[in-house]
Structure formats: C-alpha cells, structure tokens
Design a protein around this ligand. Structure first.
Ligand code: GAR
Length: 217
C-alpha cells in the first residue's frame, strides 16, 4: 500500500521585487520543494513587483499596509500602537487563511514584526522563517549588504553571507536553519557582492523552506 504525502501550504510575505518569491514559486513547480504549494502572498507595499509574479503564477494576493489600512489614523501620534494593531491583524490574516498555511516565509519582507505577531503565530503552531542577507549576529536589520561592504572596506570583515532562520521577536536573531558564507575579497565592488548574495539567497531560501517543512510534526 502506498501512502500519499500530505501537501504543505506555504504563505509568503514580501515587500519588493520578489525574486526570492520567484525562487520559491519555481521550486514548488519543479518539485524541489516536494508536495508544497504557495497558497497566498501578502505584501505591505502596493507596488511590489512580487505581487505581479504571484498573480502570474495564479497565487492569491493580499495588500496589507500600515497607513492605507488606517492603523496610523486609528492611533494618531502612537506609532507603536499602530504597528501593534497592524501586526495583530496581519497574524489574523495568516492564521485564518483558507487553506491553512503550514509555513510562513518572509522573502524580502521589510517590516519588523512585533512580539504580538510572533506570539500569535506561535500559539497557532505556525512556524515562520526569514531570509536575511548576513551571517547570524553580523548585520541585523536593514541595509545589511551595504553595511557589510563598508565594514569590509574598513578592514573589519573579510566575509559576509546569507541565512535562513526561524523568526523570534529579536530582529534577525532566531535559530538559523541554513547559512552560507560569502567572501568579500572575491568581489570587485558592492554591486558584485550584492549580485553574489542574491544568487545564494535564491538557492538557500528553497533549502530553508524544505528543511522547515521536513521538521513539521
Ligand atoms: C533580499 O536581498 C533579502 O535578503 C532582503 O531583501 C531583498 C529582497 O529581494 N531582505 C532583508 O534585508 C530582510 N532583512 P526580493 O524582493 O527580490 O526577494
């Protein structure tokens, strides 16, 4: 008797071009991420090209934005409350999605997630992973590639890298799933380093998703 493997549903969060989303779409289609389907893409930016990539692949999309969603108006002058309200609704959008996701992937998601978001997903037993263009603990937060190049030029580092990690409340600090080092010395300039980093990202975001899905109970 053969047992059918359960199909896994992936929900992807994006903010921009969506080249990493494209890597996931292609990997699902090719079976590199086995038995998996992207069921929804959520963007916090209206003009994110990743939304077009998702639509072209027949994937449902949602636009969820702090200002357009009325959160800053609801809590005038209190940005923290506005962000909290936004994050609570983002968590609801994800946990009540039909079909239910098994894994959330932040693929170029440029919004810091608050503890209320992380806690809500944990309560729903829904793992969330993130792509970050730096090695663990090296350049947390925004502009990691630019900061790595400056640090290399200043003689502080010789290598940077890319990681896929589980998301916790501390930005870019969760348990790494896949990491890959990249030598700055082999790059002529910042553009060359960036190109190298992106090529690694497209490969390891797929590896990270496969690993996270295979660790599901
Ligand atoms: C990627 O380089 C990713 O590492 C970075 O945003 C880019 C998104 O590209 N993410 C972060 O810096 C998160 N801290 P994409 O939209 O083409 O996938």
């Amino acid at each position: 008797m053969t047992t059918m493997k359960r199909e896994h549903n992936i929900l992807v969060l994006i903010s921009g071009n969506g080249t990493n989303l494209q890597a996931l779409i292609d990997a699902c289609a090719a079976g590199t991420i086995p038995h998996a389907k992207i069921v929804k893409v959520i963007s916090n930016k209206k003009d994110a090209y990743g939304l077009t990539r998702a639509k072209d692949a027949g994937i449902e999309t949602t636009y969820h934005n702090l200002i357009a969603g009325g959160y800053t108006k609801k809590y005038p002058g209190d940005r923290e409350k506005a962000r909290e309200g936004y994050d609570v609704d983002l968590a609801k959008l994800i946990t009540t999605n039909e079909p239910k996701p098994d894994l959330v992937v932040c693929a170029g998601w440029m919004h810091i997630l608050s503890p209320s978001f992380v806690d809500a997903l944990q309560a729903a037993r829904l793992p969330i992973i993130n792509l970050h263009p730096a090695l663990p603990g090296q350049f947390d937060g925004a502009n990691a590639i630019q900061r790595a190049w400056t640090a290399y030029k200043d003689g502080q580092i010789t290598k940077t890298g890319v990681m896929i990690h589980y998301v916790i409340s501390e930005v870019d600090r969760g348990q790494p799933i896949v990491t890959e080092e990249i030598s700055c010395e082999e790059c002529a300039d910042e553009d060359a380093l960036e190109a190298k980093i992106h090529a690694v990202e497209w490969r390891i975001i797929v590896q990270g998703a496969v690993k996270a899905l295979s660790s599901l109970p």
